[in-house]
Design a protein around this ligand. Structure first.
Ligand code: ARG
Length: 572
């Protein structure tokens, strides 16, 4: 995108001897008050070099550069050169760039294909995939998209919670009370009921706990029958998760979850030992982290079995060795802050100099109106139900509005808009904020919502259809930007101009909501432009310029929705 500061520095540099272009670039200011121009150049510093009064210098520079077409006017006010950018020149530069880049608008090569891992979703198998998981899933998917746009080579990982002593319990429960058909029919509900039953029964019969421990040891040792049962539980759970991922249009490069690291851990236990970082504590092994203000981390239990944190240490090293990542990003709830601080600190103590390239991106808690979610007490809202509910509601609205639409068209739009509404809602707030899940809120399509933005995109598409292919092709080939200087056109050009920087900022802050908000702003500015101006006017030159603007707005909104992992239907 055109960089005005650079262009201004190029113009001023020949006017001031004794000052490097780079220095001039650093001196250009953005006035807080727009009556002072879009850019200003202060001349105080030059007085010494040029042996002239600053206002005199400013006057000389202003006169020398005023004729450049990029300016509407250039003024000298005291020691300042105040520059007003030509709205026509600006709109011409911006709209041409967006229309030319089209699908690539907003992308950059900043990342230079360096590998970035984004780990997200990572649910626990045989446990409900509930509304709490939507956060990691959707925020992570969007961060991955942002890094795609920034030119990194993104590796998407689902670190499934598919290992641990609970699988000993599940296998024991299945053997005592289980039924194959029930698991096939409704895997997660059934497996969860086994897990719950196990805890109830174990209250009266503590020998069940011993049986579960022994069974988990067999699983750790890779014994056939236990491994097969575990594998089956995992496959059935994954089928359920995949239904939701398909609805969301999310995919992964790797499902290497906790179990994947089960045989990779002894190396690290040994390494911690050799580096003198581990100590024994009643048969268990811990790493003390008092010096860093953290509680001790438990590496192995007294029965020798490894823990969640040990698997994370193994996973990080494996990822470095396998992908040589530039960054390894974990989108995981803020409840796990301590866990991440601990293991990243441990990696650093072990001497892995890339430890701080592992970044925990936390997010706040989702609770329900009647309190926090509780799987045991049945207080849980399934993510799949939320997505289906949103699609159902959208289907009704669309049928009402378009009674003639074919069932296939209704279904396609209902999915895009219903699921999009949930995703957009999720990506609208700062990730770290806690929130209370409410059906009313998710299914409310009024105001600055996903459906509003998608509708704006469809409206732009409809204007282009009305204009016809011929006019659209001509507008793409060139237009007279002097028709794009109204207040509403200028506001829209300004927002389009900012989008690439907004994406960079969102990436640096791991904060998709920055993009969400900007896309809402673009949609609003487009709607204002659409209402304030006649687009399909008789004067062809004027029409071409305005159609180019519509093309640009459409491309920006579509790419923005793409970053939020949402579809952009052309008709609604
Ligand atoms: N499975 C875990 C949970 O549901 C989240 C895993 C987070 N990722 C990690 N590398 N520890 O709480």
């Amino acid at each position: 995108m055109i960089n005005y500061k650079e262009k201004i520095a190029d113009l001023i540099a020949p006017q001031v001897e004794g000052l490097e272009r780079e220095e001039i670039l650093g001196m250009i200011e953005l006035p807080a008050d727009s009556s002072m121009g879009d850019y200003a150049f202060p001349c105080f510093k030059l007085a010494k070099i040029l042996r002239k009064a600053p206002p005199m210098i400013a006057k000389g520079i202003a006169e020398a550069i005023a004729d450049d077409p990029m300016f509407e006017k250039v003024e000298q006010v005291n020691a300042y050169v105040n520059m007003f950018i030509s709205k026509a020149d600006f709109a011409g530069q911006v709209v041409t760039e967006v229309v030319t880049k089209d699908q690539n608008f907003g992308k950059s090569d900043m990342g230079q294909n360096r590998p970035v891992i984004v780990e997200y979703s990572s649910p626990n198998i045989a446990k409900p995939f509930h509304i709490g998981h939507i956060r990691s899933t959707v925020i992570g998917a969007s961060i991955a998209k942002i890094y795609d746009y920034l030119g990194f080579d993104v590796i998407r990982i689902n670190h499934l919670g598919d290992y641990g002593t609970q699988f000993g319990k599940m296998i024991v429960a299945y053997r005592h009370w289980g039924n194959e058909q029930d698991v096939i029919d409704s895997p997660i509900k059934t497996l969860l009921s086994y897990y719950t039953k196990f805890h109830v029964e174990a209250e009266n019969d503590p020998s069940l706990e011993d049986e579960a421990r022994a069974t988990f040891t067999k699983l750790e040792n890779g014994e056939k029958e236990e491994t097969e049962l575990w594998q089956w539980f995992r496959d059935e759970s994954l089928k359920e998760f995949s239904r939701v991922y398909d609805m969301l249009g999310i995919s992964y490069d790797s499902y290497a979850g906790e179990s994947f690291y089960s045989d990779k851990m002894p190396r690290f236990v040994k390494e911690l030992e050799e580096k003198g970082l581990m100590e024994e504590d009643e048969g268990a092994h811990i790493v003390r982290l008092d010096d860093y203000g953290l509680t001790p981390a438990l590496i192995t239990k007294s029965d020798g079995s490894t823990l969640y944190i040990t698997r994370d240490i193994a996973a990080a090293v494996y990822r470095k060795e396998t992908y040589d990542f530039y960054k390894n990003i974990y989108v995981v709830a803020s409840q796990q802050n301590l866990h991440f601080q601990q293991w990243i600190q441990i990696l650093e103590l072990m001497g892995y100099e890339w430890a701080r390239d592992c970044v925990h991106v936390p997010f706040g808690l989702v609770s329900l109106e009647d309190g926090t979610m509780s799987t045991r007490e049945g207080r849980v809202v399934f993510l799949e139900d939320v997505l289906n509910g949103a699609v159902d509601k959208t289907r009704e609205i669309i049928k009402e509005k378009n009674p003639d639409a074919t069932p296939e068209a209704v279904e396609e739009v209902a999915k895009a808009v219903g699921i999009g509404a949930v995703v957009f809602n999720e990506l609208s707030n700062y990730r770290i904020k806690d929130y209370v899940f409410s059906w009313d809120h998710v299914l409310n399509f009024e105001g600055e919502t996903g459906p509003y933005v998608q509708y704006t995109h469809a409206r732009a598409c409809s204007v282009l259809r009305k204009a016809g292919d011929d006019i659209v092709a001509k507008a793409k080939a060139g237009f007279d930007p002097s028709y794009l200087t109204s207040e509403s056109a200028h506001a829209l050009s300004t927002l389009l101009y900012q989008l690439p920087d907004v994406i960079v900022e969102a990436g640096e802050k791991y904060e998709p909501s920055i993009v969400t908000r900007h896309i809402v702003d673009i949609a609003q500015a487009f709607n204002k432009f659409y209402h304030d101006e006649h687009i399909l006017v008789d004067n062809e030159d004027e029409k071409l310029a305005k159609i180019a603007m519509v093309l640009a707005a459409k491309a920006a909104i579509r790419n923005g929705l793409d970053i939020l992992c949402m579809k952009a239907p052309e008709k609604m």
